[in-house]
Structure formats: C-alpha cells, structure tokens
Ligand binder design. Structure first.
Ligand code: FAD
Length: 337
C-alpha cells in the first residue's frame, strides 16, 4: 500500500494525478483485502486496468487498485470451437497474439487495442467490423457489496455500441475478474468487409487472408492512423459516434449536403470525427491539449504537460461547438474521474 502515489504512469493520457492510496493486486484474496481496507476507512475506490480509457481530472482521494490478475486457460468445445478464458490483468493485445499463435480465430480484427482483458466488456470494445460481444461467452465478476462472485452471460451484459451494463446500472458495483471467449479452431470467419482492411490486404499482396494476415493488416492500419500513447498521450476516440433520429439526419442533410451517416432502422450513426472536423477542431491546440491532426476524434496531451482538467475543458469546448452547429450532443467515450 503506497500513499500520495502518482498515477501519471498508469494513464495513457500521461496526466499527473495523485492517489491518496495505491496498491497493485495479483490475486483475488489481495483484491478482497484491498476492498476491505477501503471499506473500513470509507474510501472511494478506483480500479485500473491499462489506464487507456480514463481521464483523471483531479487527485483521487481514495484507494486506486491496479488489477494485475493473470492467467489464460482453455477448454475445447468441439472439433471447431474452443473456449478461452483470460484473467482481468492480461494485456488485451497479448491475448490476441497468444490466440493467433495457436491459430484460434475471432479476435484478430481487435488487434492492437490498448488496455486489459478485464476492461474489454466495459465498453464492448470494437474495431474493424468486430465487437467483443461477437465472441463473448461470459465474464466472472466480484460483487463489490457482497464480495460474491457472479457470472454475467451475453444477455446479462446488455452490450451496445461502446456500452454495457458495467457502464450503466452496474457502474462501480462489479469488478470484472475474467472473461471467456468462444473462438474457432478452423473454418475461421474471415472479416474483411471493413474497407480499409481490403485495401491493406491488397497492398500486402494477399488474396486469401488467414486470421494472422487480418491481424497484420489491422495493426498496419492502426499504426498509420492512431497516435501511439507512448509517444503522445491520448485515450483513443474521446467521443462516441452519436446516433440521431433519421428525421433529424434528413433535416441536417438539407443544410449540410456532404454530412456522413450510417442508417440503422429509424436512426443514423454520424461519425463524431467528421462533426468535430467541420467545426474546425482538427489539429487545433489550446494550451497543452489538442485534437489530433490526423484524427479529430482523438484528443491528445500535445505537450506532455496537460492537466486532466485542461483536456476535459477542451472536450467541453468541442461538445459546445458541435451542439451549436449541428444540434447534436456528443457523449464522451472516455471515463472521466
Ligand atoms: C490509441 C488508442 C486506441 C484505442 N482504440 C480503441 C478501439 O479501437 N476500440 C475500442 O473499443 N477502444 C479503443 N480504445 C480505448 C481503450 O483501449 C479501451 O476502452 C480499453 O478496453 C480500455 O482498457 P483499460 O484496461 O486500459 O481500461 P482503464 O482505462 O484502465 O479503465 C477504464 C474504466 O474501466 C474501469 N475498470 C478497469 N478495469 C476494470 C475491471 N476489471 N472491472 C471493472 N471496471 C474496471 C476503470 O475504473 C475505468 O472506469 C483505444 C485507446 C487508445 C489509447
């Protein structure tokens, strides 16, 4: 247990914030001990995975617990399917590589997403035509109130776009301990429908891609498009892509001819990056915070000296200007603490 501990290395924005107490836990008993410690002192708790989806806007007057529970196990289901279970503290991309190494299919489109396995169900991580809900079986969670271990299956998790029960009613009630995925051992489903993947495979001269090729293509695309948090602090997409009613979209089309949108029934998903760019934010810097020059949706710690409050205020200005120009309220994807 450490006191007045800097969380700067524990968040990919690289902002400074001190936690009153800090501990790292490697097993369930240590996690329960840490929870008892904070309950006995009436401390708030902050659970940390890879820190790639949080914005720390102030010092944390409680106990920050870094979840390092490790381990991967598997169970063959049938000739073509296998269940792979990974503990919360496993690094996501390392799990993807581990599975690709064994030729297990299903995770390849989610290559190189930062963060840990335990956090993947929180916002139903997704990229390049796949979300974890597509291969998710269940997760085991610790109920913070009762300290019982409960199982959440696909239905109970109520996954949506960058959303789950853990971001809604389940927020701060459960700690995800491990996650089980159903993967293929052969007859893999190769997903290339996402435009950029096809182009990248063409460039690589690959006509009949394997799951390993898909992963390679996704890694190349991500590296060319997204800023590396090790070089410039960021948390990936700062906002969700808003979904608006079709009627509102049609009204906007009359005013903004080239507005982009992906219809889904009576609603339309609009790319937040496009909206932000139209408001003139792409590449713009105020103080130490900026919108990334290649990807307006990503807010960066431009100088390395930004405070979380500065980044938060910057995001609020973006929200205001998108609201004013398009009448659309952007929602933050990043968890603000
Ligand atoms: C460059 C970059 C690119 C990204 N690209 C994508 C992308 O393509 N798709 C995508 O979906 N996301 C993307 N992200 C966002 C991020 O990688 C994911 O949201 C990831 O799942 C966060 O994991 P983490 O372990 O770092 O979470 P953290 O930031 O550590 O935690 C996020 C939230 O979950 C809570 N939490 C952490 N662990 C647990 C647990 N075990 N149980 C319960 N609560 C917990 C934390 O308290 C916090 O509120 C990107 C981020 C970056 C920096």
């Amino acid at each position: 247990m450490q006191e007045h501990f800097s969380l700067k290395p524990y968040n990919t924005f690289g902002v400074e914030a001190k936690s009153r107490y800090f501990t790292e836990v490697y097993d369930l008993e240590a996690l329960k001990d840490a929870i008892s410690f904070s309950k006995s002192r009436h401390l708030n708790m902050l659970f940390l995975g890879g820190g790639s989806n949080i914005l720390l806007t102030q010092d944390f007057d409680g106990l920050a617990i870094k979840l390092n529970l490790k381990g991967i196990s598997e169970e063959i289901l049938n000739e073509n399917e296998i269940l792979v279970t990974a503990k919360a503290g496993e690094n996501w991309h390392e799990l993807v590589l581990h599975c690709l190494g064994k030729n297990y299919g299903g995770l390849e489109n989610l290559s190189l997403i930062p963060g840990n396995v335990g956090t993947s169900p929180m916002q139903n991580i997704g990229a390049y035509g796949t979300e974890i809900k597509d291969i998710f079986v269940e997760c085991k969670v610790l109920n913070l109130e009762t300290l019982d271990i409960e199982t959440f299956d696909l239905e109970k998790c109520r996954f949506g776009y960058r959303d789950s029960i853990f971001k809604q009613e389940g927020k701060r009630k459960y700690i995800i301990l491990e996650v089980t995925f159903r993967l293929t051992r052969k007859d893999h489903l190769i997903k290339t429908e996402y435009g950029a993947i096809k182009n990248e495979l063409e460039q690589l001269g690959i006509q009949h891609p394997t799951i390993q090729d898909i992963s390679k293509a996704v890694i190349n695309i991500r590296k060319s498009k997204l800023p590396d948090p090790k070089i410039i602090g960021n948390a990936g997409s700062f906002f969700k892509n808003p979904t608006i009613p079709l009627i509102q979209f049609e009204r906007l089309q009359q005013k903004f001819e080239n507005i982009q949108g992906y219809p889904n029934g009576n609603s339309v998903k609009v790319p937040a990056g496009w909206l932000i760019e139209q408001c003139g934010w792409k590449g713009k810097q105020i103080g130490n915070a900026a919108s990334h020059q290649l990807q307006a949706l990503v807010i960066v710690n431009a100088t390395g000296n930004a405070t979380g409050k500065e980044i938060f205020d910057f995001s609020a200005m973006i929200i205001d200007s998108v609201k004013e120009k398009f009448g659309i309220e952007l929602e933050r994807e990043v968890n603000v603490v």
